[in-house]
Write a protein that binds this ligand. Structure first.
Ligand SMILES: [Zn+2]
Length: 260
């Protein structure tokens, strides 16, 4: 039996009404430069509230690893002037932000035991930036009501209480990454580290160390970079490809010796 034809106009009107309502509530889409501006501002905020490490050795070590990774990024990221900072904090955390910023908390050294493991962390973080996860996420959330309501609840402000920059920062930069984004950052990050001459097999040890620390309370990094039970298996599955890149890098003389 077919549906009564008379119900169609009503449903069409209803759909149009809902669409209009959503459009009225939806946020404007952000551009790449807007995301970069928010990345700059977020980085400045973190700098203002977290003491910088004065340990010259550690600063040189992180700079050595991060610079080697940056040299392997695709354009335009490879030509960007990346700001690399080491924060004195027990937090087991690291991050990269659009606009060209990399931050490593000294607590990360409790988990990343050598240059290759630190390269795995930085490669993963930078991959979130080069894959434009913040921009994609903001624009995805901006077109749905769910994100707006979620932020209004989380921040105690209505949509009108926050400017576009604040919304971009909240929706694009602060929310935990999705499983798909995590998996993509793992894959892309693994390639970056291998191309820089860091041993991609050490990524497994890194995430295992991270899991071990979880027993005493989850590392801050895992709250924004949720680990799936398949993470280790997925990394191992990519060894044939990434070890090839690693061997090529080594053969080309890319043998980083970043001293901790
Ligand atoms: Zn991640």
């Amino acid at each position: 039996m077919s549906r009564p034809v008379s119900s169609l106009p009503f449903r069409t009107l209803l759909a149009a009404g809902v669409a209009a309502l959503l459009a009225a509530c939806a946020l404007p889409l952000a551009s790449e430069s807007e995301i970069d501006t928010q990345g700059d501002a977020e980085f400045q905020k973190i700098r203002n509230k977290t003491p910088l490490s004065t340990d010259a050795g550690r600063r040189a070590y992180v700079n050595c690893v991060a610079s080697a990774i940056v040299r392997e990024l695709p354009p335009p990221y490879v030509d960007q002037d990346w700001e690399i900072e080491i924060f004195e904090s027990e937090e087991i955390n690291a991050f990269a932000l659009p606009g060209g910023h990399i931050g490593v908390f000294t607590g990360m050294f409790k988990v990343a035991e050598n240059q290759d493991q630190l390269a795995a962390v930085i490669g993963h973080e930078v991959a979130h930036v080069t894959e434009k996860h913040a921009l994609k996420r903001y624009n995805r959330e901006a077109t749905t009501q769910i994100g707006v309501v979620g932020v209004a609840v989380a921040t105690g402000t209505g949509q009108a209480g926050m400017d576009l920059g604040g919304m971009v920062a909240k929706l694009g930069l602060s929310l935990p990454f999705s499983r798909g984004e995590e998996s993509e950052a793992d894959t892309v990050g693994l390639r970056y580290m291998a191309k820089a001459g860091f041993d991609p097999r050490q990524s497994v040890a890194l995430w295992q160390n991270m899991q071990k620390k979880s027993k005493l309370g989850p590392p801050e990094m895992l709250s924004t970079h949720p680990s799936s039970e398949h993470r280790i298996d997925e990394l191992i599955a990519q060894f044939p490809e990434t070890l090839k890149l690693y061997n090529e890098a080594q053969a080309a003389g890319k043998k980083p010796r970043c001293q901790r």
